[in-house]
Write a protein that binds this ligand. Structure first.
Ligand code: NAD
Length: 255
């Protein structure tokens, strides 16, 4: 049994083809967990699975768009079928908006960002919960954002979606706290992943991202800093921590 208690546990990580999700999948696998890598991108999802297997771990992939119920159902069926249950769900996948203010946000941008960043985690959590409730235990960790805490870290759609994640985290914590389920979130500041590069390329990006990284002080490391916080919140060591949105932001939220 590893010291973190993940040995043999069934762990689903969304967005595990890249960035914070990939780093988390690798860390869980290092701790002996059986990892389900969920991502839209087949190539990067399978690269993560290969990296886990090369390191001697256990992983398999489900590829697809998390905003589709069919994909959500496949993720839960695959994890429970292959690993005998579902102990940890990391709702991490997300996309940026164009850093747009409300007046510049078109319906399509709003709906896609809300769908992927808020509705999809809700759908996957709803599908996973019965399996956790059956066993009377489960840990859910969301990747929220600095944009869950303030209005100046992204555009309107992303900020609204990530504030929604903070609310979802707290609602889950309160409503399932006596049933063995914990729900927490990390709120990353600027972190070195592919998402930040994408944001910098958008029309509104450079003017927003510059001061944003300035306020963040420095760019965090996806593995050493964000994934480590996710593993902690998912672990038994965080057994009395429920409903928290933990800034991992070099003190940005303290300003
Ligand atoms: P990333 O782009 O490196 O990884 C995101 C992954 O999610 C990608 O592999 C992508 O293919 C996947 N994904 C996107 N939409 C999907 C969908 N519909 N279905 C399935 N998979 C999908 O970015 P990251 O920074 O590692 O992002 C992880 C989380 O961290 C996101 O929720 C993001 O909002 C959050 N976050 C990132 C930062 C940062 O500075 N990087 C800051 C705050 C919050």
């Amino acid at each position: 049994m590893s010291s973190t208690g993940f040995e043999g546990r069934s762990v689903v990580v969304t967005g595990a083809g890249s960035g914070i999700g990939r780093a988390s999948a690798l860390r869980f696998a290092e701790e002996g967990a059986n990892v389900l890598v969920a991502d839209l991108n087949p190539e990067t999802a399978h690269q993560t699975v290969e990296a886990v297997r090369t390191a001697g771990g256990v992983a398999r992939a489900v590829v697809g768009d998390l905003s589709e119920q069919r994909v959500v159902d496949e993720i839960v069926a695959t994890a429970t079928g292959a690993y005998g249950g579902l102990d940890v769900l990391v709702n991490n996948a997300g996309i940026m908006d164009r850093m747009s203010a409300v007046a510049d946000t078109e319906d399509a941008e709003w709906e896609r960002v809300i769908r992927v960043n808020l509705t999809a985690p809700f759908m996957l959590t709803r599908a996973a919960l019965p399996h956790m409730l059956d066993r009377g235990r489960g840990a859910i960790v969301f990747t929220a954002s600095e944009a869950s805490l303030r209005g100046s870290a992204a555009g309107a759609a992303y900020t609204a979606a990530k504030h929604g994640i903070a609310g979802l985290t707290k609602s889950l914590a309160v409503m399932y706290r006596n049933k063995g389920i914990r729900a927490n979130a990390i709120a990353p500041g600027a972190t070195s992943t592919n998402i930040r590069v994408d944001a910098e390329a958008t029309a509104h990006g450079p003017s927003v991202i510059g001061p944003y990284v300035g306020l963040a002080g420095r760019v965090a490391d996806a593995a050493a800093e964000q994934a480590a916080a996710i593993l902690f919140l998912a672990s038994d060591a965080a057994g009395n921590i429920n409903g928290t949105v933990l800034p991992v932001d070099n003190g940005w939220s303290a300003i």
